[in-house]
Design a binder for this molecule. Sequence first.
Ligand SMILES: [Zn+2]
Length: 327
Amino acid sequence: MNNCESNVSQCKSVLSPSRALIESIVRRSVLECAGQSARLAAASGDPLELFHSPAVEAIKEEIVRTGRKLWQRQYVDGNGGNISARVSRDYVVCTPTLLSKGDLQAEDLALVDMNNQRICGDRPHTSEILLHLEIYKTVPQAKAIIHCHPPYATAHAVAGVVPQGNLVPEEEVFIGPVALTPYETPGTQACAHSVHALAKNHNTILLGNHGIVCWADTVTHAEWYAEIIDTYCKTLLIARQLRPELKEISPDKIADLLALKKKMGLPDARFATEAAEPDKLEAAVDDYLSAVPTEQLPESGKQNSAELDRLVGLVTEQVVSYLEKEK
Ligand SMILES: [Zn+2]
């Protein structure tokens, strides 16, 4: 008989626990090991539970679909580009490093905290998450971010040319004046910091000698901005070949577009802006979370409590019948 077997037999001989005692031990173990307490579930405080909640699973599928779109439109090359979504005040879901966005699966995604620590997910996450986190920390309205390398917009970023404005209504309403950063090494804090002062008033930024980054309220909308800026840059290149001097939309008509844009709640450097305040950031994140339909949120405390009771009952039953057999 080895040590383990000897311990087990000693335990059997000294223990004849009541069902209530077994049940309380099982309940405590389930709560401690699985971290599934109803209180934590209701508060979405458990990152593992959050990561596998229906709401976040839906966002993961949206990221996967968007990855395919980016690859099909040739906005990402090799393993380039990355996508993220802010799923709570403290956590962001993001794409992994070294994987084509055309081959992305939901299980490849990771959950990281605002300090760039990977909390859930098996694959190492993108090093360019620093750029995303910088924007989330600066802009409360940013709930999703895409970084990619669409050829026409990236060509402008490489040439150091900010595309002329006031030429196409779509561009004015959804994006507006485009910002351009100086080059910084991708994946570094310096690259992340390069967008710090720009992100609040620009939902689309050209990254010098690199690509673009777009933020929006959803992953799908951030991808729309990538499409709009790249098509705009392409249209400009073609239009200039037809006529070097391009006629801009008149100021009064631009004012109409800006009024529409303001109604839609989109940012624009031409609007008078207030400084971002930390309490506003928190309030905006809370607004976002409270706007998620309740059926998409993790199971309510009540449902989780019933599920916990059922699980504890099942495990207790098995322990009791095991002890009965061993008597
Ligand atoms: Zn890049």
